[in-house]
Design a protein around this ligand. Sequence first.
Ligand SMILES: [Zn+2]
Length: 298
Amino acid sequence: MDRCPLCRSRSFEILYRSNVRTEGGRTSAYECTSFALGVHPDIFRCRSCSFVFNEPESGPLDHLEEYACVEDPQYLGEKRSRHLTYGRELDRIEALCSGRDLLDIGCYAGFFLEQARSRGWQVEGVEPSKWAADHATSMLGVDVFHGPIESYATERRFDVVTLWDVLEHLSDPVAVLGSIHRLLRPNGLLVFVTHNLDAPIARFLRGRYPFFMEMHTVHLNNRTRDLLLANTGFTLEERRVHRRAIRVGYLLSRLQRFGDAPARWAIRASRFLKMENRILWIGFMGLETIFARKLEAS
Ligand SMILES: [Zn+2]
């Protein structure tokens, strides 16, 4: 990247230095630990428009090979909470959109598509992970293109295109949103969830913000989000805190990063208190849902 994809400036500065540990001269950036929250290569900022992105030389920005191999059986166990989360987002989408043709980019195991279909939507997905795309197709019977969005082509047009936790992984968000613009019908709706660097938690944690990660290549703030939308033919319609339904037992299992024993005891205690399957609604770490409307070329 020699020019800012948003404003074409050639002037960048380092915003936060890499905190990836190197062992014996060998970087661990591409091993599984690189998926850890808060572990990131050098983070750059455009001096002109403030667009923030990971060091371009740190490797293939879109990590397609890693995504193609991702398998995550634990994810499948949390279907109920995923459906609750997506149900809340669909309530809002249905209030903002009258059509019922939907494309989900990065649809993963297909839970959102399944939920939307049950509410009367005609759905299709795009997913780079083979394991996840196979699950969506064979177990849920939804129509999924296996591959990156850059390889997806169709004559179909949609009323809504969604990207849940996908935008921050893109190497070229301008190109992808440009493609989405062409896939949408007039007045169509683009919906995505991503983190916002203007959120108080991101401003407070600075270089220790957990969503600075090896695989998160793009980090928007209010200004660059609006510029990205404007440059690709969209206008911001609504933004709100993205709330996620999370099962107490699942949340506690994530304590394992602090050691097995605390997680085991916390899960036992939650079972004893019959809390394990309770659902918590959490809006966290500056995640926002963005609803943007397609503008017609004037
Ligand atoms: Zn710029």
